[in-house]
Design a protein around this ligand. Sequence first.
Ligand code: HEM
Length: 373
Amino acid sequence: MSFRVTPMLRAAARRPVQPVLRTPVLKRRFASGGPDVPPPPPPRSSNVPIFLGVLGVAAAGTAYYFYGTPGSAKDTGKELDSKIRGAVATVEGKVGLRRGKDEYQKVYDKIAETLDAEGYDDGSLAPVFIRLAWHASGTYNKEDGTGGSNYATMRFPAEASHGANNGLNIARDHMEKIKKEFPWISYGDLWTLGGVCAVQEAGGPTIPWRPGRIDGFETNVTPDGRLPDASQAQDHLRFIFYRMGFNDQEIVALSGAHAMGRCHTDRSGFDGPWTFSPVTFSNQYFDLLLNEPWQWKKWKGPAQYEDKKTHTLMMLPTDMALIKDKSFKKYVEKYAKSEEAFFEDFSKAFGTLLELGVPTSQFAGEPWNMGSN
Ligand code: HEM
């Protein structure tokens, strides 16, 4: 049995302390609102390195004992390693060893730079980045605390191959390039920050966000079937989103992300965009859903709706459920009337979604407003 230095130990050795100087951020058309949260306090005492050292030794011991042993002992080792990583993330956040907002802002800026993609879909990667962030988080089950964005388990074929995740390799591959430049960021933090950046840079609301997610193992992958099935209706939407802890209003607000992007026959089987401006974050989805006449599309693909006038837009059966159900419909009406109300509610619900499954202890403080000033 050979001794292995875990990535955690290597990362702990490399990790710099909080940077003191603030570098200017790129000027973008999106301006973040709200005050900056003060940086976390500096390391409090010399006990910190000792504590991290103890955790490190514990991790090394775990790795030494479990890796190389077959079957379930190995899995137990990984679970334990996940727990230790979580504990390290907690300590790191609490004592101010995590990188500061400026460092994460650099990652945000890099993602923002890569959003424009001529020749890809409607010219932007923003929609598929939003979908990646959502699918990485939406596996959460509030009953047992499994799933969510903490472990970035879509890195593993066992989850990447879930039908609902078809096509998200495109977003993950782009994110991999960013990760190469900023290897210290966890995948969960990177993917969720990608979603935040995509919404904001497309003209959407500020999404509260903070780092603290850790990279887990394949043993953290949740079973297929946790994400919604677009061919179903309101009962299914409630079953899926209530499991995550959301209510009717939040289900409708989150669905407004379909203002962005389109369906692809080679990914979901469905086809077309929901709105006339699929790279702009707006309340157009609700307006069209409510006010356009829709009909079943006559084609060989899965049952979906098309707009009667231009036959260029689409709605999924689950989108249409939002106006068939009285409780949902009142929020569709509200958001169709007021983009401001939609932005406010979307910001809260999406911010919550991106933190599902992450123990609060892993966060260092209140969420930040990322973006350019
Ligand atoms: C309410 C249940 C939902 C269902 C059934 C659903 C289903 C789908 C389907 C079938 C696609 C097309 C995938 C493709 O063919 O490329 C899609 C795309 C998309 N979804 Fe959803 N979705 C839901 C909720 C959400 C939520 C909560 C968000 C984000 C907050 C979201 C954001 C997106 C975005 C941005 C796209 C476009 C991706 C692209 O253009 O590549 N969806 N969704």
